[in-house]
Ligand binder design. Structure first.
Ligand code: MEV
Length: 431
C-alpha cells in the first residue's frame, strides 16, 4: 500500500514506476506493459480492429489516496488533459480524511432490446409473451452454459409498448441478463439473436433490431463521501466559504442543462480515464451516463452535494456502469491487464465501484476550484510545462521555463521561445 509519505508528484518517473511495481506486486513483464515497447503490439492491434496502420499513445498517470469501502487503491488513468490525475489524487486525500468513499453497485444486469414489429394487436402479443416468460427465460438459460456456471444468465423479461409516429404502436422486449464480470455486449447480443425464433413464434411478430441498451440502468454504480468541514478551508478561503461555494456550484448544474453538461463532463474526465486505462468501452459508459442524466426528461447533474447538520460536506454520484474485467480489450491489451492489477480490483463490480468514486472525486475537484480560485490557476502550471516542452526546452529547462511563464501570466509558445533564446544568448555570453 502506498503511504502518505510517498507522494508520486515528488518522485522522478523511474522512482514512481518502482514504487508502483512494489505496491502492486507487479512482475517485470507487468510493469513493462506501461512502456511503449511492452504495451499493445502492432500484431495484437492488427487483430483488434481493421486496417491497422499503427498505434497511438497517451499518458498513463496513477492517482493515489483512493480509499473505497475501506480499501486503499492506486488508480491508473489514461488521459491527455493536464490536472485531472493531480485533482483526483488531491480530492481522494481530502475524502480519505473523512473515512474514504462508500461505494456500491447493482448486480451486473444488462438490458438487451428486441424490437417487435408487424403485430396485429400489440397489447395482446405483449400479454402472450409475458404468459410465456418462464419458457423464454428457460430457453435463454440454455444459451451460455459457462455464464450460468459463473452465476450469471437471464433474470427477467420485460415488454414495453412504444408509440411512434412513423411505425404506430410496436413492442420492445427487454431481456435482463446478468453478465457477471463481462461488459456484456457480446453475451447479450448473442442471447437476443438466439431467442428470436421463439419470441417471433410466441408473439406472431417480426423481430427487427436486437441489441443491448447502453442505458444500463439495472447496473448502476454509486459512490458517496463525507468531507469534514474543517478539512475544506485553504489559503484565503474559509471552510464554510468552500463548502457553500460547492453547494452553489452544484445547484447551478442541477438547474441548468448548459451547466450540467460541463459539470458531468468533469465527472467523465475521471471516469473515462479509468475506462481507457482498463480497456473498457468508454463510449458505452458515456452514452449511459448522459441518458441517465436525462432520465427525468430534463438533463441534470449526475452528482448531488449537500451539507450535513454538523456542517460537513457530503456528495454522491450514481450512474450506469457497464464495465468488465474479462473479455474484449481488457483481456487482450497488456497495459489494461497491468492497470487492473495496479487497482487491485477482482471483479467488474469492484471496478465499477472504484470508477464511481473517481468520478465523484473529479467532480469535487472541478467545482471546488471553480467555486474558489477558478480553474485556470491549477491548469496553467501544467499547461506551462507543455508549452515549455513544445517550445523546445531541454529537460533541465522545462521546470524553470514553466515557472517563469506562470509568474509572468503569459503561457504562450512565442514567449517561451523568446525566453529560451534569451537564455541561449546569456549562456553564450557566459562561455
Ligand atoms: C474541464 O475538463 C472540466 C470542467 O469544465 C468541469 C466543470 O466545469 O465542472 C472543469
Amino acid at each position: 500500500m502506498p503511504t502518505e509519505a510517498k507522494k508520486f508528484y515528488e518522485m522522478s518517473l523511474p522512482e514512481r514506476r518502482a514504487e508502483v511495481q512494489q505496491a502492486a506486486a507487479l512482475s517485470d513483464a507487468e510493469i513493462a506493459a506501461l512502456q511503449p515497447q511492452g504495451g499493445l503490439s502492432l500484431e495484437q492491434a492488427n487483430r483488434m480492429i481493421e486496417n491497422v496502420a499503427g498505434l497511438y499513445s497517451l499518458p498513463l498517470g496513477i492517482a493515489q489516496h483512493f480509499v473505497v469501502n475501506g480499501v486503499e487503491r492506486l488508480v491508473p488513468m489514461v488521459i491527455e488533459e493536464p490536472s485531472v490525475v493531480a485533482a483526483a489524487s488531491y480530492m481522494a486525500r481530502l475524502v480519505k480524511s473523512g473515512g474514504g468513499f462508500t461505494s456500491s453497485s447493482d448486480e451486473p444486469r444488462m438490458i438487451g432490446q428486441m424490437q417487435l414489429l408487424d403485430l396485429a394487436d400489440p397489447a395482446e402479443a405483449a400479454a402472450r409473451i409475458l404468459a410465456q416468460k418462464d419458457r423464454l427465460l428457460a430457453a435463454a438459460a440454455e444459451i451460455d452454459p459457462l455464464l450460468i456456471r459463473l452465476g450469471g444468465g437471464p433474470r427477467d423479461i420485460v415488454v414495453r409498448e412504444l408509440h411512434s409516429a412513423a411505425l404506430g404502436t410496436f413492442l420492445v422486449l427487454h431481456l435482463i441478463y446478468d453478465v457477471r464480470d463481462a461488459m456484456g455486449a457480446n453475451a447479450v447480443n448473442t442471447a437476443l439473436e438466439r431467442l428470436t425464433p421463439l419470441v417471433e413464434a410466441i408473439s406472431g411478430g417480426r423481430a427487427h433490431l436486437r441489441i443491448l441498451s447502453n442505458l444500463a440502468d439495472q447496473r448502476l454504480a454509486k459512490a458517496a463521501c463525507r468531507i469534514p468541514l474543517a478539512a475544506l478551508g485553504f489559503r484565503e478561503f474559509s471552510a464554510e466559504q468552500v463548502r457553500d461555494g460547492i453547494l452553489e456550484a452544484w445547484a447551478f448544474a442541477e438547474a441548468d442543462p448548459y451547466r450540467a453538461a460541463t459539470h458531468n463532463k468533469g465527472i467523465m474526465n475521471g471516469i473515462d480515464a479509468v475506462l481507457l486505462a482498463t480497456g473498457n468501452d468508454w463510449r458505452a459508459v458515456e452514452a449511459g451516463a448522459h441518458a441517465y442524466a436525462a432520465r427525468s426528461g430534463r438533463y441534470t447533474s449526475l452528482s448531488r452535494w449537500w451539507a450535513e447538520a454538523n456542517g460537513d460536506l457530503c456528495g454522491e454520484l450514481e450512474l450506469p456502469m457497464a464495465v468488465g474485467t474479462v473479455g474484449g480489450a481488457t483481456r487482450v491489451h497488456p497495459t489494461a491487464q497491468t492497470a487492473l492489477k495496479i487497482m487491485g480490483v477482482h471483479n467488474a463490480r469492484e471496478l465499477a465501484e472504484t470508477i464511481a468514486a473517481v468520478g465523484l472525486a473529479q467532480n469535487l475537484a472541478a467545482i471546488r476550484a471553480l467555486a474558489t480560485e477558478g480553474i485556470q490557476r491549477g491548469h496553467m502550471a501544467l499547461h506551462a510545462r507543455q508549452v515549455a516542452i513544445a517550445a523546445g526546452a531541454a529537460e533541465d529547462q522545462i521546470e524553470p521555463l514553466a515557472a517563469q511563464l506562470t509568474a509572468e501570466k503569459t503561457v504562450r509558445i512565442d514567449r517561451a521561445q523568446e525566453i529560451l533564446a534569451q537564455w541561449k544568448l546569456q549562456a553564450g555570453e557566459d562561455d
